[in-house]
Design a binder for this molecule. Sequence first.
Ligand code: ARG
Length: 568
Amino acid sequence: MLTKLKLHVAEKIKGELGLTVDEVVPLMETPKQLDHGHLAMPVFFLAKTLKKAPPLIAKELSEKIKGLQLPGLLSVTPVNGYINFQFSDKHLQDLLLEAVRTEGDRLGHSSLGAGKTVVIDFSSPNVAKPMHIGHLRATVIGQAICNLARSQGYNVIGINHLGDWGVQFGKLAYAYQKWGSEYPFATEPFESLYKLYVRFHDEAELDPEIEKEGSLMFKRLEDGDEGIADLWRMFVDVSMQDYNRLWAMLGVKHELVRGESFYNDRLKAVEDRLQKLGLLEESEGAVVVKLDDADMPPCLIRKSDGASLYATRDLASAIYRKEELGADLNLYVVGAEQTLHFKQVFKVLEKMGYEWAKDCHHVSFGMYRFKDVGKMSSRKGNVIFLEDVLRRAIDMVKEVIESKNPDLDDKDEVAKKVGVGAIVFNDLINDRVKNVDFDWDRVLDFEGDSGPYVQYVCVRCESILRKYGKAVPPSMPVDLDSSEERELVKILLSYPEILNVAFKGFKPNVLAHYLLDVCRAFNHFYHKCRVLGVEPEVEAARIALVSATLAVLKNGLKLLNIETPKAM
Ligand code: ARG
């Protein structure tokens, strides 16, 4: 698409600029306004060597470039320090159709990341606790970034850094042995486990001795007690079954599960290395790495009772990801409340002499704020469960379908796709670092900036194509020259750039906003230009545009991990 156009132009003008194609392409810009041309080449960088003012350089170069044969080129115009290129509508429209026809599922994707591996730690829940609304963000943002990374050609390893180790497992084992028989583990294992967890904390408030018993149990687990290890395995299995069910609902998949326990026998090596480098210090009985020079509190490596810590495991896991998985980029999609933790871990890695510490990034995100918590169907304590939010969305969509389109086929399937899609889109549309006001009216507003709105435009495109009933033309039979058509073409052509920008900033919201822009441009076009029943050539050309719109929207939604129903 536009990338292709840039390549063509770069190939032709590289000689005039004294640069290589690879140097020219990233310099080229795509002007926001259509009348500034389709591509713009800034020439400021030449001012020093040529000892001339940029506007003059742009003027002289434009004259030379005009003489070059560039297919589809209409005009070359110097504007201040830029050279603007304008192409014929037909040329651009054919470029778009060709991409849609030949690139298929990889429409707009690139191979910039080819040969490189990115490891993405996302949606890593804590065993025995149901995923809550905070995990929704970690899950959908993480999966979208995995998809975007794949769209850029990276080898992607999504990791579940399952919270499956720590003193809470001693507490759970204690609770299970003491009260386990009171709960229906055979029929409702995960609910029972969670209830036991809550029960332990309630009982411990009345009798602090119980805390100690829990810690003792954990010590036995760490020391290799087989009986307790069996219980621990059962807790993990039961929890994973529940998480897997939710991930399936969201279409989420990890390549690897590497829980915290995976690093148990790698922690000693980390400590030894820290010791050897003289980085360890004693502090109130605990072992720490001091980070005063970086203006941070010390990073705790080992507690006074000998138990290892979250941070130590994260040091071991980062080393594992680099040395054994070959991570060129190591991402942690985790809430902003863990910012200090990751800063400390990355700093310690740097102190350990790992130059790749700079390739570790905390992809942080803000919290949800609920305007109307009372609307939630089931809310236990202060926790809002992820599943309840999804179920409520699906139920609400079902109600809408029942009242507006009761004869729809596969109502349940559609309600699931639209309900889940609405929740996912509502999350991803936000700049991830900000807190999000969760507002049900907005989530499900079929006409607003919502997932259902984008899905609805897809459904409309599908229906137009169905009614047309003939094959989509491979190239434009005529030029489409209204401003609405040209604007839509231009937006569609910028899709590959959007994917690139969205991945580079780890910002799925760039793609989500873009899809809304496409929908708006499509609606302008659709209201202004009649598609079916006009002169056959114009009809075919507009059908081609509808099909290109659908291809981009579907591809984009898929990268955001949102399904598109055929009808709704
Ligand atoms: N289990 C943690 C939580 O739910 C998230 C783990 C994030 N990943 C990591 N490598 N620390 O808060």
